[in-house]
Design a protein around this ligand. Structure first.
Ligand code: FO1
Length: 314
């Protein structure tokens, strides 16, 4: 009898996470990969339930993602949003015409009392995604950004305000009371390795770790745990990760990311640019691997995923 296939649990936020998830999807058979995705960024627009990170991962694995933006659907148009604007509805969050179908369908199924994890499975199946993609939880969790002005939902801070207000903290409302989704629970119990994708450690991975029991489950996970730093040369590859870490009084570097993952991660993969930081990360009790972590092409994604799997002994 052949041994059970070694399964990988990848934790991901939006665009950066989706890139490594795609790399992993290219090197592992689909039944070996579960991608658990942040839902703290979810919000309601025009009465529709929008899950930006879940959709980014789903569209990326389905080969539908817009290659420039990383989010939304390639070639989408924005006529409906323009028409909504004529009625005075807010249009700062750019929902495309094709993308809207996802939010309409999800909202309808939620109304029929499907769990978000079931809906995600259904949408993925319909789009031909073979890997398991699951929300971190089926319960509502909202990332609240505490800024110098006032508290605001993540999309308002990130998209509407362009990450400009200085932040004092973040809160993941509902996370401690929430339970991991069934697929997340199964992967935590049965996966051979955990991979922290190169996503924002504060607002993408942070909410996942804040879900009830997750931090402890990863701290006591018996297999290898690897993280790829989303910060290269002190800059986030995308989004506000570096700025947020700095404003929270933490180091905006791969070392700052490693500090957040201390006790949760065995190996940090950092970019060639940050080779000189390796010793500082080792002092936190982690091994370090140095590689090209900037994923411009699908081959880059695949190469990084291959390295992660090798480091995990898969
Ligand atoms: N990001 C933006 O910067 N501007 C937008 O208007 C925007 C719209 C949008 C619509 C659907 C979707 O799934 C994602 C969208 N994103 C947009 C991306 C999203 O705000 C972030 O990438 C994530 O929430 C952070 O991971």
């Amino acid at each position: 009898m052949s041994p059970a296939p070694k399964k990988v649990l990848a934790l991901a936020g939006g665009v950066g996470g989706a890139k490594l998830a795609l790399g992993l999807a290219r090197v592992l058979p689909p039944e070996r990969l579960t991608v658990v995705v942040n839902t703290g960024d979810d919000d309601t627009f025009h009465g529709l339930h929008v899950c930006p990170d879940l959709d980014t991962v789903m569209y990326t694995l389905a080969g539908l993602a817009d290659p420039e933006r990383g989010w939304g659907i390639a070639g989408d148009t924005f006529w409906t949003l323009e028409a909504l604007g004529r009625y005075g509805a807010p249009t700062w969050f750019k929902l495309g015409d094709l993308d809207l179908a996802t939010h309409i369908r999800r909202t309808e199924l939620l109304r029929q009392e499907w769990a978000l994890s079931q809906i995600t499975q259904e949408l993925c199946r319909r789009l031909g995604v073979k890997q398991r993609v699951a929300p971190m939880t089926d319960q509502p969790v909202r990332t609240v950004v505490v800024t110098e002005e006032r508290e605001m939902a993540f999309q308002e801070y990130f998209v509407r305000r362009g990450s400009q207000p200085r932040i004092r903290g973040v809160r993941f409302e509902g996370a401690p009371q929430a339970a991991p989704s069934p697929q997340f629970r199964e992967a935590l119990a049965g996966a051979e390795a955990v991979v922290f994708c190169p996503s924002n450690p504060v607002v993408s991975i942070g909410p996942i770790l804040a879900v009830g029991g997750v931090r402890k489950a990863i701290a006591t996970f018996r297999g290898p745990r690897l993280a790829v730093s989303p910060i290269v040369g002190g800059q986030a590859l995308r989004g506000p990760a570096a700025r947020m870490l700095a404003e929270l009084g933490e180091e905006a570097s791969c070392v700052g990311v490693a500090r957040r993952y201390a006790g949760l991660c065995d190996v940090m993969v950092i970019d060639e640019t940050d080779r000189h930081q390796a010793q500082r990360i080792r002092e936190l009790g982690m091994d370090v691997a140095v590689a090209n972590t900037v994923m411009r092409t699908d081959e880059d994604k695949e190469a990084l995923a291959r390295l992660v799997c090798e480091l995990a002994g898969l």
